[in-house]
Design a protein around this ligand. Structure first.
Ligand SMILES: *Cc1c(COP(=O)(O)O)cnc(C)c1O
Length: 423
């Protein structure tokens, strides 16, 4: 099946007489007839659900759909994108470990990696997105366990050069983890370019309607943990909290997701509610239609803005003049996403006047749903960062992030035009 068909038909596959639509299993618990069978569930020897803090059939059907869209081996839903990125790292890093991340990432992830994980004894080195292969290799330490980046960076909308980062990761024997939130598997499938694990904030395009916070982790199954037993003991040595199971031996390519479910979900409980997974599934059914429209509208608006005298610069990889154009052609030939960044000439007061004068387009922290909105990272999402950190993340103080929705592009352009005229 092609991805358009998978959006509709993957995941929930009812057998005879079962509901055609994905049911919401609004149940915390699941019933069993024998004590022995229940015991086997707890030993991961039998398959089945027992408690929704760990797994729920609604969630698993939706995770299976996203897994199929990404071309992965196994997947799990989490309560948010933050939880997905936290689990993705924490599943293979513990106190004393180190990983490398591109510094051009979502502000919440930057904070998670630089502040919260640090408190847990996990050290992250942030490096420039355009770092050379040689310099990236120099950042590797004996305790480095992963490399992390975003397909399309939020909010600077740069494109990740997968092959460069994957070469380094695989040369030193660590997985490449990529947050594919902005591109979605409709526009980019990171596993085809060497990523090993993909994460998502499903809150964005996948849900697409701004109704449900959620996340997802997909494992390609391609990274061979057992080749580096000293580096990933959590996967390659017995887990005493599961009666001595060794995940790589018992679950093979499913080791990473099984461990994240059995250990992290059990202990940290960041499960997505089945109701939210149901909404997410509705969003996924139309994802392929919406992504095409987001890209079409964003390109029209990027062209309009780049020709406007009051706009100082526009950054959208779909523009031929954009420094990311070639990378986008290589990795995202069908389009990037609906998010673009631009600067309005003048001082902070003028930028605020422009934003406040919009009538249709509204100010919101959110991105990537059907309704066009914008935000000013330096005064909103990234306000906890110092100017130095902002610069490191490639965010200029005048950067406005515009998330283009699926309205008629002419209406959006008209709104931008009248607001720009007022400054
Ligand atoms: C929003 C976002 C996140 C965090 O996701 P939540 O669902 O808000 O927790 C992570 N990465 C990227 C790229 C995002 O845009």
């Amino acid at each position: 099946m092609k991805n358009e068909t998978k959006c509709i038909h993957e995941g929930w596959k009812p057998s005879q007489g079962e509901p055609r639509q994905l049911p919401v299993y609004q149940s915390t618990t699941f019933k069993y007839d024998t004590s022995d069978y229940m015991g086997k569930l707890f030993d991961l020897e039998a398959e089945g659900y027992f408690y929704t803090r760990l797994q729920n059939p609604t969630n698993d059907a939706v995770a299976a759909k996203i897994c199929a869209l990404e071309g992965g081996y196994a997947a799990m839903l989490t309560s948010s994108g933050q939880a997905a990125n936290f689990f993705a790292i924490f599943n293979i890093c513990e106190a004393g470990d180190h990983f490398i991340s591109s510094s051009a990432i979502y502000g919440g992830t930057y904070n998670l990696f630089g502040v919260t994980l640090k408190k847990m004894g996990i050290e992250c080195t942030f490096v420039d997105l355009n770092i050379s292969e040689e310099d990236l290799l120099k950042e590797i330490k004996p305790n480095t366990k992963a490399i992390f980046g975003e397909t399309i960076t939020n909010p600077t909308v740069n494109v990740f050069d997968f092959e460069k980062w994957a070469r380094v990761a695989h040369k030193v024997g660590v997985p490449l983890i990529v947050d594919n939130t902005f591109a979605t598997p409709i526009n980019c499938r990171p596993f085809e370019f060497g990523a090993d694990i993909v994460t998502h904030s499903t809150t964005k395009y996948m849900d697409g309607h701004g109704v449900a916070v959620g996340g997802c982790i997909v494992d390609s199954g391609n990274f061979d943990w057992s080749k580096y037993p000293d580096k990933f003991p959590g996967l390659t040595t017995p887990d005493e909290s599961y009666h001595g199971i060794t995940y790589t031996e018992r679950f093979g390519k499913g080791a990473y997701i099984t461990k994240a479910t059995a250990q992290l979900m059990r202990d940290l409980g960041s499960i997505q509610s089945p109701q939210n997974a149901f909404y997410l599934n509705l969003g996924l059914e139309t994802l392929h239609l919406r992504m095409a429209r987001h890209c079409e509208n964003a390109l029209k608006i990027a062209k309009f803005l780049s020709n406007h005298e009051k706009v100082s610069w526009v950054h959208y990889a779909g523009l031929e003049s954009d420094p990311n154009y070639e990378l986008a052609k290589k990795y995202l030939p069908n389009g990037t996403c609906g998010v673009l960044a631009f600067g309005v000439k003048g001082d902070r007061a003028k930028q605020n006047k422009f934003m406040d004068s919009l009538k249709l387009i509204y100010i919101a922290t959110h991105v990537a749903d059907g309704k066009t909105c914008l935000l000013h990272p330096a005064s909103h999402t990234h306000r906890q960062l110092t100017d130095e950190q902002l610069k490191e993340a490639g965010i200029s103080p005048d950067l406005i992030r515009l998330s283009v929705g699926i309205e008629n592009a002419d209406d959006l352009i008209e709104d931008l035009r009248q607001a720009l005229e007022l400054i």
